[in-house]
Each structure stands twice: as structure tokens, then as C-alpha cells.
Design a protein around this ligand. Structure first.
Ligand code: HEM
Length: 527
């Protein structure tokens, strides 16, 4: 009989069946009422009119009307997969974080790769930086390494981020281009921001045309801290090294691929995982103490600088394997919320001013994007360890304090709910602070060209040619010739040969070099 069959099919607990692909299930309304006919609305006679009474029609249309949520303000186009991280080398001497201490520990992960500038419907193979965001569901809470496929960033201070992104994205009057770099506003901003030029060199290189998400490196960019059980702090940079190797396509290939298959990267990842060819990345760390940091010829708190791997080698400590595609794109890839401030005990922050801005920005934007402070209750964002606190209510609350007590301190003994625990709880590293309150950029952040040159001369001749070609192509899209000239004036501080090639390609005379705040380190020029 129907009620029994219905109860058996639907289950009696809190579970919900959201798929209509299983023919054994009866379709229901959101209230659980079985639907006899979901394809014809309720009418007064076969030719209408349609009746307002039709709650099945109204609910279905109402829900459809509200399907869209705002796309991410940056990194709108992304693709994700589930996987596992396994630790192979213990960092217990450096951190009390369980995920980095117990060799063999397997930790569930979710990864989202993305482009930065294009909207949600843009093409995968745009010349753009790629996001590489990893959520590790550790036993001590979620840890997000929200990185990119490039180890440095365009700006040094988070207060410049809205300007950078406005300049990078489509121009406000015309609503194009989707491309990150091929327009006046981007090059105007970059040519007025000397700090951007190290990253611009990476952006113009083959790194921004990855062959696949599977063949990209990932970088946490900022210096973080590891803090061990004795409270000792060590600085750390995080790296993901693809076991598939590093591969890119050529610009001509990218243009054709985008036209033929704008979903090239997402299809590639989906198919690799579906066919059991699981991509893997090794997690590497660069570890260094304050004394080493003090000797570096740049400031490691400046996100436009990297630490050369020759100086501080990358130590491999574990492997991440992506082994499961999502069963629903929206529930996982769209609703996942990464944030740099999500760290377990034993991982802490450095004073990088870009990082501090990010720690605020992600949570703030996610409240708007996901619509409720309870987005941590969504399955993709929910920790896989116990969660207990007195936060309550709000839109869509699925996890509320249980019982009578919802405050601390309280004297309700065993019924008093969760308690603070200084033994295992998160302790911020007691970094000593002093300073004058001022709006300022550290003088130690002012060498803008040495690492840009270092990157360029580290490239093979064919890679250097690609950088020159990319600069000529991108700058040739810039209408204002004064912006082109200002761009080339920075190149003169990076590599004179490159500047000459680009000026020649653009049919312009060489301008004066840009004024450098600090002399470039004594490095060889390119061959
Ligand atoms: C999104 C990386 C700098 C604000 C993202 C995502 C990545 C990322 C990978 C996409 C996350 C996802 O897949 O859902 C980086 C890196 C940076 C950087 C590596 C520099 C080292 C900044 C700064 C700000 C910022 C300085 C703001 C001050 C945002 C916002 C989002 C975002 C608002 C959208 C988040 C969402 O809607 O969930 N970033 N970002 N980012 N980033 Fe950044």
C-alpha cells in the first residue's frame, strides 16, 4: 500500500533524497508530500485558467526563481574534487598540529582550482593566475591553504586589493574584456604599481596557460608559522608539487582550445578522476627561523617575494590524491568556503599585511555569497570533527546548542555544555609587538625588480621568448600609448634585452627606466 511503500522508500529519519534519477523513488514537494503529476499544472478545465491553489506549481517555480547565488567576487570560475592527504614525514618537532605530526595519518580534503578574473561562465584557458585552494578536514578543525599556482602576488598590502581587482576585471562602462591583462585599466594599474612587476613576469610566462589543473604547482604564498608543543615558532611556506609534472600550452593552442572547449580544464580533471587516473601532489615546506629571515636580502613578510628553493630547500612531507568527483557541483564546488584564517592549533600567521586583510575578507564575502553565518553547517564546509559552542540561531541554523544552557561562564556542571580547554585549545603565538600607529609601507618592501629579474633570467630561452611575445601581444591591446611606455619603463629595470624586444614589437622608442626606490641586486642580465 502507498503509505507503507512510501515510508520504506523515503526512510523515516532526517535523510532527504534529492535525486530524481532513481526510478524507485517517489517525487515529493519540499514538504515531503508525494507528487502525482509534476508536469501539468492544476487548471480549471483542460484549457485553463491555471489555479493559484496549485501549491506544487508555485513551490517549484518559487524555488527555481531563487536558484542563483552571487558568484565569487574573484575566482568565480572554479572546479573541485575530493581526495585525501597522507603524511609521510613528521613535522612534530615544528608543530603540534596533528595533521602534520602523525606519519600515515590520512586526512580528507576538498580542492577547488579556479581562474581569477573571468566570470563563472568564462573560458578555462584564459591567460590568468589559477587558484589552488585546499581544505583539509583535520581532527583539530578545518585547515585551508588558499593558494595560487604562482608563488608571489601583485600587491603587498590588502588595502590595494579592491583596486587591483577592479583594474583586472572587465572595464565598468563596456563590461569587457574577460581577459585579465589585455586592457588599458590593468596595465595602467600595473605600470603605476612597481610592486606588481615580479608577478607580472610570472603572469606573462607559460605558468598562466596550464595544460591541466593536474600539471600545476600550488603555493600558499605568505609566510605562515608552525608552533610546536613547547611554543617554539618556525616560519613556513607551503608548496604543492604535481607528480604529473609541470606542463603548459602555447598561446595559440590556448586560443583554439578556448574556442573549441571552454571547459577544457574541468573536463580533463573530471575524466582523469572518473577513469581512476588520480592526480597527486606532494606537500612541501620551506622552514626557516627568525635568524635566517633576518639575513634574507628581502623581507619575507612581503608577498611579492619568494624564497629561492636553492636557499631554503623544499622538504616533502606528504602526498595529496584527488580520487572522487563531486556528486553535485553546486553543493560542493560552489558552496565551499575557503578562508586563510582557518588553521588548526600549531599553525599560525606571520605579520604579512596581505594575509591579515585576507583573513577578514573571505569570511566577510562568504556571509554575502552564501547568505547566512551558518554556512559552516553545509556538508562541504562542516568540520569532520566534533563542533560544540554556544553560537546559535540565524538563517538556516542546523546546529544549535542543545539543552538549557547557551552561555559561559555557567555553573550547570555536566549539563553546562562545552568548556574552554587551554590544554588542547588554539593558542596564538605570543609574538612581541610594539610600534607607532601609522599608515605606512615598510622600507624593507621596496626592492621591486630584483626578483622579477631573477625569475626572467631563470627561464629557458624559449620561455623568455614566450614572455616577450606575451608582453607584446597584451600591451598591443592597450589603446593609450603613455601606458605602454610606462610598462616598458619597468621592463628596463628588469631586463634591458626584454625591454628592447617589447618596445620593438610595439613599434615604439625606449622610454626612460622607471624610478626605482631601491637599486636592483647585482644579478646577471639575460643571454
Ligand atoms: C578567492 C587566492 C589575495 C579576497 C580566492 C580563491 C583563491 C584565492 C584560491 C578562490 C577560493 C575558492 O576556490 O573558493 C588568493 C591568493 C592571494 C589572494 C593566493 C594572495 C596571496 C587576496 C586578497 C584578498 C582576497 C588580498 C582581499 C583582501 C578574496 C575573496 C575571494 C577570494 C573575497 C572570494 C571568496 C569566496 O567568495 O569564497 N582567493 N587570494 N584575496 N579571494 Fe583571494
Amino acid at each position: 500500500d502507498l503509505p507503507t511503500r512510501y515510508a520504506e522508500e523515503q526512510g523515516t529519519g532526517g535523510e532527504t533524497h534529492q535525486t530524481t534519477s532513481d526510478a524507485a523513488l517517489t517525487m515529493t514537494t519540499q514538504q515531503g508530500v508525494p507528487i502525482a503529476d509534476g508536469q501539468n499544472s492544476l487548471k480549471a478545465g483542460p484549457r485553463g485558467p491555471t489555479l493559484l491553489e496549485d501549491f506544487i506549481l508555485r513551490e517549484k517555480i518559487f524555488h527555481f526563481d531563487h536558484e542563483r547565488i552571487p558568484e565569487r567576487v574573484v575566482h568565480a570560475r572554479g572546479y573541485g574534487a575530493h581526495g585525501v592527504f597522507e603524511l609521510t614525514d613528521s613535522l612534530a618537532d615544528y608543530t603540534r598540529a596533528d595533521v602534520l605530526s602523525t606519519v600515515g595519518r590520512q586526512t580528507e580534503v576538498f580542492v577547488r582550482f579556479s581562474t581569477v578574473a573571468g566570470n563563472k561562465g568564462s573560458s578555462d584557458l584564459a591567460r590568468d593566475v589559477r587558484g589552488f585552494a585546499v581544505k583539509l578536514y583535520t581532527k583539530e578543525g578545518n585547515w585551508d591553504i588558499v593558494g595560487n599556482n604562482i608563488p608571489v602576488f601583485f600587491i603587498q598590502d590588502a588595502i590595494k586589493f579592491p583596486d587591483l581587482i577592479h583594474a583586472v576585471k572587465a572595464e565598468p562602462d563596456r563590461g569587457f574584456p574577460q581577459a585579465q591583462s589585455a586592457h588599458d585599466n590593468f596595465w595602467d594599474f600595473a605600470s603605476l604599481s612597481p610592486e606588481a612587476w615580479h608577478m607580472v613576469m610570472w603572469q606573462m610566462s607559460d605558468r598562466t596557460l596550464p595544460r591541466s589543473f593536474r600539471t600545476m604547482e600550488g603555493f600558499g604564498v605568505h609566510s605562515f608559522r608552525l608552533v610546536n608543543a613547547e611554543g617554539k615558532s618556525t616560519f613556513v611556506k607551503f608548496h604543492w608539487k604535481p607528480r604529473q609534472g609541470l606542463q603548459s600550452v602555447l598561446w595559440n593552442e590556448a586560443v583554439k582550445i578556448n574556442g573549441a572547449d571552454p571547459d577544457f580544464h574541468r573536463r580533463d580533471l573530471w575524466q582523469a578522476i572518473e577513469s581512476g587516473d588520480f592526480p597527486q601532489w606532494d606537500l612541501g615546506v620551506q622552514l626557516f627561523d627568525q635568524e635566517t629571515a633576518d639575513k634574507l636580502p628581502f623581507d619575507h613578510l612581503d608577498s611579492t617575494k619568494l624564497i629561492p628553493e636553492e636557499d631554503i630547500p623544499v622538504r616533502i612531507v606528504g602526498t595529496m590524491t584527488l580520487n572522487r568527483n563531486v556528486d553535485n557541483f553546486f553543493a560542493n564546488t560552489e558552496q565551499v568556503a575557503f578562508c586563510t584564517q582557518n588553521v588548526p592549533p600549531g599553525v599560525d600567521f606571520s605579520n604579512d599585511p596581505l594575509l591579515h586583510g585576507r583573513n577578514f575578507s573571505y569570511l566577510d564575502t562568504q556571509l554575502k555569497r552564501l547568505g547566512s553565518p551558518n554556512f559552516t553547517h553545509l556538508p562541504i564546509n562542516a568540520p569532520r570533527c566534533p563542533v560544540s559552542n554556544f553560537q546559535q540561531d540565524g538563517h538556516m541554523a542546523m546546529r544549535n546548542p542543545v539543552g538549557r544552557v547557551n552561555y559561559e561562564p555557567n555553573s550547570w556542571g555536566d549539563q553546562g555544555g562545552p568548556r574552554d580547554n587551554p590544554e588542547i585549545g588554539y593558542q596564538s603565538f605570543p609574538d612581541e609587538m610594539q610600534g607607532t600607529k601609522q599608515r605606512v609601507r615598510s622600507e624593507t618592501f621596496s626592492d621591486h625588480y630584483s626578483q622579477a629579474r631573477q625569475f626572467f633570467i631563470s627561464q629557458q630561452p624559449i620561455e623568455q621568448k614566450h614572455i616577450g611575445d606575451a608582453l607584446v601581444f597584451e600591451l598591443s591591446k592597450v589603446e593609450r600609448v603613455d601606458i605602454r611606455a610606462r610598462a616598458v619603463s619597468h621592463l628596463l629595470n628588469i631586463d634591458e634585452g626584454l625591454a628592447a624586444t617589447v618596445a620593438d614589437g610595439l613599434g615604439m622608442a625606449l622610454p626612460e627606466p622607471a624610478k626605482a626606490a631601491k637599486p636592483t641586486l647585482d644579478l646577471p642580465a639575460s643571454a
